[in-house]
Design a binder for this molecule. Structure first.
Ligand code: CU
Length: 344
């Protein structure tokens, strides 16, 4: 009960502004400690205000500044086209992933103490081909125990969960996960240490693409990991994004070519909210849920994904210009999950 009300007030109440918060507070005074709630609500309000200000500032005013990709050590504009194919040695495709604690800026002035794979959120988008042998060396350079749990078909000891196989990897320790790339499609990997929601929400996740043996038609390929940040630790998000930085693609649209096939690998890594969605303006796309079939299931302009769900979108833009894309959950869009394609 306490958690429920806590979440409702510090988050939903604030969506309606100060009046809505005031109305909601008396109801919960008897259920939760007053001071903690007010502090939490204040932080949430401040972070949301900053996220919204970033939106207003984008494009013309620029008054609230922007997130510096050099300070973060990663750039959403590079991540969106960055696929990590690792190195093939002796017929095995290999990567090394290092968990590290790192403070990142998720909206101008909003800092978040993240846990990262290879210093970035989301972690590298790993890419392999169906049937290959894969080997991932995991080094835990973080101050907390972690794992890497891969989606796919493999033996239990390679599943990256506590208590099975290597289990939790302690700070300073390492392990090796090895399995075959199957089935083809769009998967993800994430930490599976407990408490699970926190370990994922802190930033330990990434996309995992397995190409079909015969490949896919040539396209301009993009990866979009939908995520969010609970900046005041009340188990609800204050900032939403694709590839971590709120409004990154509003400030600087993703440039694509008119008539060219665009393929989007869309992953929902959001915690605390049950659903996320993707909507593109003035266009429609073919949708391949989990990317595990070569025929699209839908021809649509909006798709909903639950936690951990993912899918492949294919579309072409018939006209030049600026076309918006965003979560069709309006609240998420206003708090950072919104961007533009610029078709040239
Ligand atoms: Cu973890």
């Amino acid at each position: 009960m306490r958690k429920f009300w806590n979440g409702k007030v510090s988050r939903r109440g604030l969506i309606g502004g100060a009046a809505a918060t005031g109305a909601a507070l008396p109801v919960v005074h008897e259920l939760v400690p007053h001071q903690g709630l007010h502090d939490q609500a204040a932080t949430a309000a401040e972070h949301k205000a900053r996220a919204r200000a970033a939106h207003r500032g984008s494009g013309h005013l620029g008054a609230v500044g922007s997130v510096d990709p050099r300070a973060n050590g990663f750039d959403p504009h590079e991540i969106v086209r960055d696929f990590d194919e690792g190195i093939v040695r002796g017929g095995v495709r290999e990567w090394e992933l290092v968990a590290e604690d790192r403070e990142i800026e998720v909206a101008p002035g909003v800092r978040y103490a993240a846990w990262t794979y290879n210093g970035r959120v989301p972690g590298p988008t790993l890419r392999a081909r169906e049937g290959e042998r894969l080997r991932i060396r995991f080094v835990n350079g973080s101050s907390h125990p972690h794992t890497i749990h891969f989606h796919g078909i493999h033996r239990d000891v390679m599943d990256g969960i506590p208590g099975v196989g290597p289990g939790n990897i302690a700070p300073g320790e390492s392990t090796v996960y090895e399995f075959d790339a199957t089935p083809f499609g769009l998967h993800l990997y994430h930490c599976h240490s407990t408490p699970l929601a926190e370990h994922i929400a802190k930033g330990l996740y990434g996309g995992f693409v397995i190409d079909p043996r015969q490949g896919r038609p040539a396209a301009d390929e993009l990866v979009m990991v939908m995520n969010g940040f609970d900046t005041n630790f009340d188990r609800s998000n204050e900032v939403y994004a694709v590839n971590t930085v709120a409004f990154a693609y509003m400030d600087k649209p993703i440039r694509v070519k008119r008539g060219e096939l665009v393929r989007i690998y869309l992953v929902n890594a959001l915690e605390f909210d049950l659903l996320n969605s993707f909507h593109v303006h003035a266009n429609f796309f073919d949708y391949y849920p989990t990317g595990t079939r070569l025929e699209p299931r839908d021809f649509t302009d909006t798709v909903i994904q639950g936690q951990g769900e993912r899918g492949i979108l294919e579309l072409r833009f018939p006209y030049t210009g600026k076309y918006m894309f965003h979560a069709h959950v309006s609240e998420f869009a206003e708090l950072g999950w919104m961007g533009f394609f610029e078709v040239v």
